[in-house]
Design a protein. Structure first.
Length: 141
């Protein structure tokens, strides 16, 4: 049976723990393996953090809507909506993973981790609603 869940938060890093708990609860309710729950939590945390920092420029008055659909035998899909600055993933350079951690700037791994842990990551911008959408899909087989 396909289940759908929704959470709406203000764009503050204070809400990241709430988002993580939301995703963990969904995973447990649908008997997903802990390894998959962890990967989805990390991916959603990174996506929400990026929205807060980059789309809303740390303005805590923005709204982020998170919609999760789970077909426990097949797939989990997470859709994140915001009305912050549009995001163009093509301008993001891949991180240099071979450099020493001490020599690397803080940040810059969010998109990389999202793509590593999820099977599909897609970004779009709806001009008629001035709304960003990030869709992440994880296959469960």
């Amino acid at each position: 049976m396909i289940e759908t869940y929704t959470l709406q938060i203000e764009s503050s890093t204070d809400n990241l723990a709430r988002v993580d708990s939301f995703i963990q609860k969904i995973g447990k309710e649908n008997n997903l393996p802990c390894s998959i729950i962890d990967e989805v939590v990390i991916s959603v945390d990174e996506a929400v953090s990026n929205i807060i920092i980059h789309a809303y420029n740390k303005d805590p008055n923005g709204i982020i809507e998170i919609k999760v659909t789970v077909d426990p035998s097949r797939v989990i899909t997470i859709k994140l909506y915001d009305t912050g600055e549009p995001f163009d993933p093509s301008i993001i350079k891949p991180p240099v993973l071979s450099s020493c951690l001490d020599d690397r700037p803080i940040g810059g791994l969010g998109l990389y981790l999202m793509k590593k842990f999820m099977n599909e990551v897609c970004f779009s911008f709806d001009e008629s609603h001035s709304q960003n959408k990030c869709t992440m899909t994880k296959y469960l087989h």
